[in-house]
Write a protein that binds this ligand. Structure first.
Ligand code: MN
Length: 256
């Protein structure tokens, strides 16, 4: 999709690994200049200080403190560093669980780490989390329900691919969903997205892990998700962009 009626300014990319692009500082500056509200997620707490520093002078880019489930096997010992940085972080992620074949072996350890992450967030209050749940939707929802009551924090399910029943449960728990182009182009996942309440939807690029026309996705590519959502719902793209921005504002204001 080369031509878009949606203006890039004011779009939302709630999950992007800006520190994994060749020029991290330039990637942050590009979001700021383009006016894209971007959440720069991290995969290890060691990445936090630099991400925090680069985002500190921006109006629209925020850093999230993460410990990626796919790295837990090698980096579980960084959990204490994650806990030490938590008071500085309003946003948390990427965190969660991954039971795909490559990471299944560390699943018990991932659960221990995620439990500590959720307890830490609940204790602190006011955190907004971007949560990975590959092949673990029921367990992730069980843990969110048990450990992060909605008055203690908010979870945004990133690239959620659970069943419709699991999605309804997530909605009941107060979760939001960040949607990317890969999900919208997949038949089963697009059917799932169609049943989500529009007021719980955000967009994400998950760059650079998703590719667009043969290159790594960038935050501005969320315009494609906005257009696909607009087409699926029969609403104007600008109206969808506005709803997503409104959803982000509400999310930020309701996280206690
Ligand atoms: Mn990610």
């Amino acid at each position: 999709m080369m031509v878009s009626e949606v203006s890039i300014g004011g779009l939302v990319d709630f999950h992007c690994h800006l520190d994994l692009y060749p020029d991290h500082a330039a990637a942050v500056a590009e979001c700021e200049r383009a006016g894209i509200f971007t959440l720069a997620v991290t995969t290890t707490p060691k990445a936090w200080p630099r991400n925090k520093e680069l985002c500190s002078s921006t109006r629209r880019v925020r850093a999230a403190l993460g410990l990626h489930p796919q790295l837990v096997a090698e980096r579980a010992d960084e959990l204490s560093l994650w806990e030490a940085y938590l008071p500085e972080a309003r946003y948390v992620g990427e965190v969660g669980l991954d039971a795909s074949p490559r990471y299944y072996q560390s699943l018990d350890l991932q659960k221990l780490v995620f439990e500590r992450v959720l307890r830490g967030c609940a204790r602190a209050g006011g955190k907004i989390l971007t949560v990975h749940s590959v092949r673990t939707a029921p367990t992730v929802l069980d843990m969110l329900e048990a450990l992060l009551p909605s008055e203690r924090g908010r979870a945004v399910l990133h690239w959620f691919t659970g069943t419709p029943a699991q999605a309804r449960r997530a909605v009941d728990l107060g979760c939001y969903f960040s949607i990317n182009t890969e999900m919208l182009r997949n038949k089963r996942h697009s059917l799932l997205i169609a049943m989500l309440p529009i007021e719980r939807i955000l967009t994400e690029s998950d760059g650079p892990f998703i590719s667009v026309e043969g290159r790594p996705a960038r935050p501005a590519d969320v315009f494609s998700s906005v257009e696909l959502l607009a087409r699926a719902r029969g609403i104007d793209s600008d109206a969808v962009a506005l709803m997503i921005r409104t959803n982000l504002k509400r999310l930020v204001s309701e996280a206690p």
